[in-house]
Design a protein around this ligand. Structure first.
Ligand code: GDP
Ligand code: MG
Length: 174
């Protein structure tokens, strides 16, 4: 018998280059805040938010990296037991997109085989500075069997949808 107040608990881990907006996405979703100019670290390992999808209570444990985004410094323990990965790049930063294969190698090496991965192109409010075309990213995601979504943590565009879509997918696969 369970006394828990949720039907599912999922661990979601954000990865991707420093500066792409991972912390801002988590902050926007869990606290409804966008802190412009805020530093990278939020001082805790993870944030919790419970969402309800068609009467099903889903508790999301969301892990953010505290400035350890350099490859190989994020260890196996960070990926261990992750149900989902949010692989984030910045649509205004070609370099953050070009690093994605490195991140995919890490996922292959450290994450479990069942992990659900969603590729997120963040900062779509900066459309005039876009360096990565949407179609190119969509094709890349599809070739790697990843979901794809574009977001703005700043304008709260698609942020709720990101986590809800992920929760739906995780329920489906559970
Ligand atoms: P992290 O290193 O991946 O955690 O990135 P941060 O969340 O710390 O964000 C890095 C920088 O990008 C900060 O200056 C944020 O204010 C900015 N930023 C994050 N998300 C967005 C966004 O959606 N739009 C814009 N314009 N800036 C963003
Ligand atoms: Mg950060």
């Amino acid at each position: 018998m369970s006394m828990e107040d949720y039907d599912y608990l999922f661990k979601i881990v954000l990865i991707g280059n420093a500066g792409v907006g991972k912390t801002c996405l988590v902050r926007r979703f869990t606290q409804g805040l966008f802190p412009p100019g805020q530093g990278a670290t939020i001082g805790v390992d993870f944030m919790i938010k419970t969402v309800e999808i068609k009467g099903v209570k889903v508790k999301l444990q969301i892990w953010d990296t505290a400035g350890q985004e350099r490859f190989r410094s994020i260890t196996q323990s960070y990926y261990r037991s992750a149900n989902a990965l949010i692989l984030t790049y910045d649509i205004t930063c070609e370099d953050s997109f070009r690093c994605l294969p490195e991140w995919l190698r890490e996922i292959e090496q450290y994450a479990n085989n069942q992990v659900v991965t969603i590729l997120v192109g963040n900062k779509i409010d900066l459309a005039d500075k876009r360096e990565v075309h949407r179609q190119r990213a969509e094709e890349f995601a599809e070739a790697q069997s990843m979901l794809y979504l574009e977001t703005s943590a700043k304008e709260s565009d698609n942020v709720e949808k990101l986590f809800l879509d992920l929760a739906c997918e995780l329920i489906r696969e559970a």
